[in-house]
Design a protein around this ligand. Sequence first.
Ligand SMILES: Cc1cc2nc3c(=O)[nH]c(=O)nc-3n(C[C@H](O)[C@H](O)[C@H](O)COP(=O)(O)OP(=O)(O)OC[C@H]3O[C@@H](n4cnc5c(N)ncnc54)[C@H](O)[C@@H]3O)c2cc1C
Ligand code: SF4
Length: 508
Amino acid sequence: MNSFQLDTAVDVVIVGTGAGGGPVAARLAAAGMSVVVLEAGGWRPSRSHMADERAAEPLYWLEERLSSGDMPVAFGANNSGTGVGGSLLHWGAFCPRPDARDMALHRTSGQGADWPIPHDTLVPYLQAVERQIGVSGPTPYPWDADRHYALPPLPHNAPAALFLQAAADCGIRASDAPAAVLSVAAAEGRPACANCGTCHQGCRNGAKFSPDLLFIPQAIASGAELRTHMRVVGMEQDPKTGRVTAVQYRDQTGASFRQACKALFLCAGGIETPRLLLHCGLANSSGMVGRNFMAHVATQIWGQFEQEIRGNHGYPSGAISEDMVRPDGADFAGGYLMQSLGVLPITLGMAMARSQGLWGRDLLDFVKSYRHQAGIGINGECLPHPDNRLTLSDEQDDFGVPKAHVSFSYHDNERRLDQHAQATMRAIWERAGARDIRVISRTAHTIGTCRMGVSPEDSVVNPDGCSHDIGNLYVCDNSIFPSALAANPALTIMALSLRMADRYVAAV
Ligand SMILES: Cc1cc2nc3c(=O)[nH]c(=O)nc-3n(C[C@H](O)[C@H](O)[C@H](O)COP(=O)(O)OP(=O)(O)OC[C@H]3O[C@@H](n4cnc5c(N)ncnc54)[C@H](O)[C@@H]3O)c2cc1C
Ligand code: SF4
């Protein structure tokens, strides 16, 4: 691996190696730029992942984040990741594309926000990511006749099979889901999925995509330097031009370093990127850094079945329905995707305790019924509201940086969407034969705190990810979404990341 001098400005420093940082690192390095990538976590080789919920904890960002509002966000396992690959080390690999209608939500409904990038501009990048990372899925895709998946769908686990049948019985189209998991072995040596069911603990087989398997090795092979266990804590600016001149970071012993750079890409995720910008007082002339925090409505319905389900087996999210992306007669803007679920027992028990207040004997009885439990869930639109917001708290972390405080509440649109989704899912699960149906109210993903837009008045970065205020500061991660979309975010982030890299290479 290359080793760059700290005091000689490299072309680009990239902070974070997840869905945002990985692709941009690979592409800028391939374009011949000198690239230093700084990552707070370490390498987590596939063979180090364990089929064990407790053993997976090092994959999560477990430092304290403060949470408030009517729908306080649960951090840790559900909403964070660290290590080379970021949250994609333990993501579900459920890989839908963004819907064109969602990217034009305001134009069509008067609610939410439009994306400053047309959907058809993004499609070639979505296709490129799917090709590179290996997405399995159905062709034809029921909701998009033009779509083609190179790999056939994965086998169904029991909840997916139940969902596909019961949805059809209810007149709702459901299908095999697109998943960033190999259904057949890849030429470059990655094996096919072994159906072990532990994607959320990291894929020990390397069948599930994560950036440590592709983009980061590509970046290093093209000459990038990756420095792991390095925590970025500050940025330096030229006093005259305001441009970023260096990044300050610390290692695990607390030793401080600074890397001089010509440009900086912040890809630290929807919490750490705005936290850093607020801490440094940068890129915030609009006052929008930290505002418009969004979390998908991710309600789940669980029910007990006569037969054994064993939801710990098989790829967890094998079935999808996009019929509710615009449900008939809805009294809300946007819509939701539905997916089948496969969750391990501690995760399910904790979600029940948190959402339903199950405790003591009731919780134990529920967990004992685990083998007969099956669930379905949604990923639903969340509209941007300036009062849903990340700010800096009075408390500091071990590096002297104020902790993030996220205040999040549902507004009317999320509440109405949630009611609709609960009724739809309940009808499907009753049709499937579920008894003792329970609802888990939850949210997923941390989005929107550095929104992209055309106007410097109400957005943080422009459509190319460049700060409106600072010409060599870029943001490329979950935080730039102007609206949440019904689709789960990772594929869209990776496509944006490749697009931004192309635009950057063309511009410099
Ligand atoms: C349990 C779980 C399941 C998910 N399942 C799905 C799914 O099935 N489908 C889907 O589309 N999405 C899913 N997601 C969401 C998806 O993983 C995220 O949207 C995506 O990874 C976000 O990418 P990012 O680049 O914004 O941040 P991340 O992937 O989180 O990467 C940020 C990186 O920056 C590093 N970093 C942060 N701060 C600093 C700092 N100060 N200095 C140095 N490094 C720093 C972190 O260590 C981390 O590696 C899931 C997420 C979770 C947590
Ligand atoms: S189910 Fe497949 S993709 Fe998921 S962890 Fe097991 S082998 Fe990997």
